[in-house]
Design a protein around this ligand. Sequence first.
Ligand code: 8YV
Length: 321
Amino acid sequence: MSKSQIEILLNGRLSPDFESVLAAEFDLCPLRQQHDRSEFLKVHGRKFKGLVTNGIVGADADLIAALPSLQVIASRGVGYDKIDLEAVKNRGIALSNTPDVLTDCVADMALGALIAVARGLILADRYVRRGDWLQQKFPLKTKVSRKKLGVVGMGRIGRAVARRAAGFDMDIRYHSRMPKAELSWSYMDSLCDLAHWADFLMICTPGGVETRHLVGAGVLMALGPKGILINVARGSVVDESALIQALVKGQIAGAALDVFENEPRVPDQLLALEQVVLLPHIASSTHETFAAMENLVLENLQSFFCNGHLVTPVNEVGGQL
Ligand code: 8YV
């Protein structure tokens, strides 16, 4: 395809190679290169028909308002909680995300994080490097197979996690807004009851206002002193202060967190806790998955500007991961 004259604004970063691919096809302008963003948008905002972003940075109401000709937003990532959906809907802007292609990697990482915290993998690695193994054997940790896994949010990622957990002979139950008739795993209407039942509680639900602080002090108390929390969804789903309290007081046994309320800033109290595995929001971060997500961003833009249709449109508010 030869380079089109269509002006696209880039908010946030994509892979450098992919930014070059986009720049070869569209008139691409990375917003980060502008020293005075609001002045730039005041002068040039009107010319952009497309906005490309990622799931972490998104597009807030102010940015969308500064782009009066905007027709389409293509976001890399499945979560779109950082995109102001009200503005998108009011203006009739088309919005695409990149579902499915990241599901495997996120689910792989979810199980990896669960095993890492339960079996103490990160601590064990440090133990060997420090030479402590020469003195004594590494302490016993928690078994993973045949345990009870509670999945919060049974969309694509929750299901992929559950399928993997079934391979570990785990007993699986889930909580979501509605039971899914097509699934054989047991549904639990109350998140507290699910947490009480589970050994491991896995958060796979979308972020946003609807799920903000869904996991708070009550759910953590219910999970109990042997329970482990794993979050590969959004930091906003967990009340981080309540989580820190629960960990410090031994009300839960441990946690594996790929996402944080104010990432990339992680509270000092969490940094100090050995029973927590901390990951820098990398559940989908593989060469293969990023290439697939970015390819989908490109396909969405090409399709939209060719025939007005998106390949993977975001159809509903509060969709599933
Ligand atoms: C990515 C994610 O880190 O897809 C999401 O919603 O959180 C992650 O897969 C990011 O969004 C990629 O841009």
